[in-house]
Design a protein around this ligand. Sequence first.
Ligand SMILES: [Cu+2]
Length: 346
Amino acid sequence: MRHVINVTILIIVATVGLLFVLNRVHLMPVAASTAAGPVDWLFGLHMDIITFLYVLINGIMLYCVFAFRRRRGDDSEGSYFHGNTKLELGWIIVPTIVVMIFAVLGASVLSQVSAADAKEMKVIVTGRQWAWTFEYPDLGITSTELNLPVNEQAHFILRSEDVIHSFWVPQFRLKQDLVPGQDKELRITPTLLGSYQLMCAELCGTSHAYMTAPVNVLSAADFEIWRQKRLGIYKEPEGTGTGGGAAAEDPVAVGKKVASSAGCVACHSIDGSKIVGPTWKGLAGESVTLADGSTVTADDAYLEESIVNPGAKMVQGYPDVMPKNFKDVLTADEIKGIIAYIKTLK
Ligand SMILES: [Cu+2]
């Protein structure tokens, strides 16, 4: 009986102590969607139970190692016994109940976070090695960055063109795989203005680590401005006097940003190393040997053609794997920006 009391006290003290420490380390990034509340609550509950189980198992084990160690001069045999029906029933029934409670809680949280709003914005997300594309069918926009209006539900339709990828913005908490040949769904209502990053959470090949895309949660007004800019119908408000807007954006800066958001950097290095495609370092103005042995000069026209129609002139020694849809995904300014950017990479 003395041992039971000792172990019980040990476990209570250690569990409370460990939980105290764990609750002070913040493992989670900022919460930026309506799903974060219920998901974090359920995660926290799991953590509490797991902490208790960890202490229970290790506590009893450590206690036994010390309390029942062999004493000096004690060479007698250990006592023999077989089975303990009460204990065995206990460790079947109690975990079964705990797991069933979590199944019910999990199902309830799942139905909560996947509930559809009457008013939702559809976004078709396409993943491919190794970039993301976002199509807003109701708005007529296709983009390489994911912009979302705050407090409005986004209904993502997730598609993959090649292998399994996974859609994950840690601040939104939810994650969904993209499976080739299937449409997957995910609903997210962002609640916090800010810039986040979408990352692929399924190891998907050479440049998996570069498969990211910018995510911006915007106010309704800023989202409307972005929409109009993408559609080319944006008019600078009168009298802002900054002369700002798109014209002020430096093409090189635009190009550098798009090269990363559109996923070019997954295949093209800027330091001279060969990844999947040729490096961009020192490309502009140089002569390029094509697959048929002829050479061309990498002028603006060639660079543009290489982006909008990658199959037209194949660089010698490289496979025809560059995505063919940049023509539709990138705006004219973005393509100009990339060319300007490539020209700075001497
Ligand atoms: Cu991926």
